[in-house]
Design a protein around this ligand. Structure first.
Ligand code: 5AD
Ligand code: SF4
Length: 448
């Protein structure tokens, strides 16, 4: 066989995209070539997501398409990323998947591929403590001219929300060591990156026991507020973002650190899922509506300019009209800047799948989803209008897709800003006066 050329197709969240960078590094170190073109590769990796049924269906469809390619030429297909045992069995029915590698086994991915090529299965016990903290990223060409990037600081999740498959696909929660995080951020800055998003299913529960007590002044425990504080000082010219925050774990100290440093962006993604206490309890979210609202008030009082976004799910088991109205009234009370909305789909293996009834009819789920999407659009527009007339710092990320005479970037609140091009470049920070807005984009003029 000539060169082993790998093509990765990404599905799912930022964590999967960030994992692809880790996989690229491991493959390059083990004699593989990375391909940007499906047709030139002989190894195809689908970086799967199974958080919702829709994502799983997308992968199944893709497998059907790849069946034809596999008939035409000798290729190996691997599924990596998020899949539970049950979902693996569903994918196996397609009979074209040669191997599976779960997120705790990427360090051995070359062996999975090499064994598969000689028609064998690679036996490997996953490392449930894996953090990949020592692995420096390699970016693919596609992403090379980007100036923003991701870095996972925690992996897995211990929260066991009853609807969620993540604890089954990514395992228990663990944190990367702070030294490697700081080193990697510095290296990324040296390589031209201007913004880093720290990733984790639950970044606020970041915790590192510093047995060597190397980070002085901090006793021997590094929590998320300490990590943010350190990073803000170590990479002062790099913007810092983070995602996702679980309302249950967000501390006052974290809020104070965000407000203290200019390079920590003023945006918090704070999934609420539902505004009904009954549903929150069924979901095993460990906060109430009242606690969530209190937290939002606290965020606004410590960081007045902070934007807040959400995840909300409609149609969870036993959700009735009153519960739905609770979600609507919570949204009306907060008026989020933006959000991601889904209708519930049962995931094999989760508590809700095994023990609760998916008893909200699809038609009602869809109607409720449409109602909250429409409401969010109004709220987004309302929030965007608050920026009119202000001068905001925007990091230029590229050309606007709609008009190549405009730059595209984001302000500290993670809102998209477009403005006419001047003598500026991608990666520059521009001060832009906001003159107009839609519900999704701020439009402005360059000031300085
Ligand atoms: N069905 C629908 N949405 C889900 N999410 C997680 N699990 C499910 C599910 N089974 C949503 C939640 C979560 C986001 C990442 O995906 O809103 O915050
Ligand atoms: Fe899933 Fe809940 Fe963990 Fe988020 S916090 S990854 S929803 S179990």
């Amino acid at each position: 066989m000539k060169k082993k050329s790998v093509y990765i197709e990404n599905y799912g969240c930022q964590m999967n995209i960030s994992d692809s960078d880790i996989i690229n590094s491991i493959l390059l170190n083990n004699g593989f070539i990375l391909s940007e073109n499906l047709n030139q590769a002989n190894i195809i990796l689908l970086n799967a997501c199974s958080i919702r049924e829709k994502a799983e269906l997308t992968i199944k469809k893709r497998l059907e398409q790849l069946k034809f390619l596999k008939k035409k030429k000798k290729i190996w297909i691997g599924i990596i990323g998020c899949f539970s045992k049950q979902i693996k069995n569903i994918f196996l029915q397609h009979k074209i998947v040669d191997f599976f590698v779960n997120p705790n086994s990427y360090r051995e991915i070359h062996n999975f591929i090499n064994y598969s090529i000689i028609g064998k299965q690679y036996d490997h016990v996953e490392n449930k403590n894996e953090t990949y903290a020592d692995i420096s990223f390699v970016k693919t060409k596609q992403r090379n001219n980007k100036i923003t990037t991701f870095l996972s600081i925690t992996r897995g999740c211990n929260n066991m929300c009853t609807f969620c498959i993540v604890p089954f696909t990514r395992g228990r929660e663990r944190s990367s060591d702070p030294y490697s995080i700081i080193m990697e951020c510095k290296r990324l800055y040296k390589n031209g990156y201007k913004e880093i998003t720290l990733l984790g299913q639950n970044v606020d529960s970041y915790l590192w026991i510093d047995h060597n007590n190397l980070i002085s002044n901090y006793k021997n425990t590094v929590d998320f507020s300490i990590l943010l504080n350190l990073l803000a000082q170590e990479i002062p010219f790099m913007r810092i973002r983070f995602s996702t925050s679980n309302p249950h774990d967000m501390s006052d100290e974290v809020l104070k650190v965000i407000s203290k440093y200019k390079n920590i962006c003023k945006h918090i993604h704070l999934p609420v899922q539902s505004g009904s206490n009954k549903i929150l309890k069924l979901m095993n979210r460990k906060y109430t509506r009242e606690k969530y609202l209190f937290l939002v008030k606290k965020i606004k009082s410590i960081i007045p300019e902070c934007s807040i976004s959400h995840d909300i799910m409609t149609g969870f088991c036993n959700e009735n009209e009153e519960d739905h109205q609770d979600t609507i009234s919570l949204m009306n009370e907060i008026k989020y800047n933006y959000g991601y909305m889904f209708s519930y789909s049962p995931r094999p293996g989760t508590y809700a799948y095994r023990r609760l009834k998916d008893n909200v009819p699809t038609k009602i789920k869809k109607r409720r989803l449409k109602e909250i999407i429409d409401l969010q659009k109004n709220h987004s527009f309302y929030r965007m209008k608050e920026h009119l007339g202000k001068i905001e710092e925007v990091l230029i990320e590229g050309e606007s897709k709609k008009n190549n005479q405009y730059w595209y970037g984001r302000n500290s609140q993670n809102l998209v800003v477009v403005f006419p091009k001047k003598n500026l470049n991608i990666g520059d920070l521009a001060y832009v006066k906001i003159t107009d807005t839609t519900s999704a984009t701020l439009i402005g003029e360059f000031c300085k």
